[in-house]
Write a protein that binds this ligand. Structure first.
Ligand code: MN
Length: 205
């Protein structure tokens, strides 16, 4: 029997103590729908951006300390983290300080994406799941702040954590001067800043 991909997610969290999704909802099974990506700004003990891609019914996830860039010359460290449930994609709120991942979560960007990987020598295109397992993903994002191609490449492993590099591909959406991480610092779902999310959601159980 296949291992439950969300077991690690659940093991790290106390469902009764965090407002995050419990991870027990059935995965979406609409095969025709485009997969979604989300980038969540996470103001935890060290601030980072959680980059997530829907692959095989879960959100494959990376923590990107500096956030995504629109400059193809930037190579942003992306540390692989545990798979998250699909319904995490629109989670925005405050994880209590005492809990795993304690801090404020903002939905920084969200939208559909597609596999931008070209065919190999045999004319075959690797699926997203195969590309993730092999450590080299090429995706095209259709977000509000980020569009166009991004490459994610596994380049080293520390302990049991795969470390990847997230790099903007040099296409029409590449722009060395844009820097949306600093200029577009509000939720795409609610327009709120991290401080507003903390103020409005911080006291909920
Ligand atoms: Mn995080």
């Amino acid at each position: 029997m296949a291992r439950d991909p969300l077991q690690t997610y659940r093991n790290k969290r106390r469902a009764e103590a965090t407002p995050e999704p419990a991870g027990d909802e059935a995965p979406r099974n609409d095969e025709a729908a485009a997969p979604i990506f989300v980038i969540q700004k996470h103001d935890a003990s060290s601030q980072h951006y959680d980059f997530r891609l829907e692959i095989d019914g879960v959100l494959k996830s990376w923590a990107v300390p500096k956030g995504p860039s629109t400059d193809p010359r930037d190579k942003q460290l992306a540390i692989e983290t545990e798979d998250h449930p699909l319904d995490y994609a629109d989670f925005e709120g405050v994880i209590p300080d005492a809990e795993y991942g304690g801090g404020t979560v903002m939905v920084w960007d969200i939208g559909p994406f597609d596999n931008a990987r070209g065919a190999d020598d045999n004319g075959r295109v690797k699926s997203l799941a195969e590309a993730w397992a092999d450590g080299h993903l090429t995706v095209r994002l259709h977000g509000t702040k980020l569009t166009g191609g991004y490459a994610l490449t596994h380049f080293r492993t520390e302990g049991d954590k795969r470390q990847w590099l997230l790099v903007k591909m040099d296409d029409d959406a590449a722009d060395a001067r844009r820097n949306p991480v600093s200029t577009a610092d509000a939720s795409v779902l609610t327009g709120r800043s991290t401080q507003q999310i903390a103020d409005e959601e911080g006291d909920q159980p």
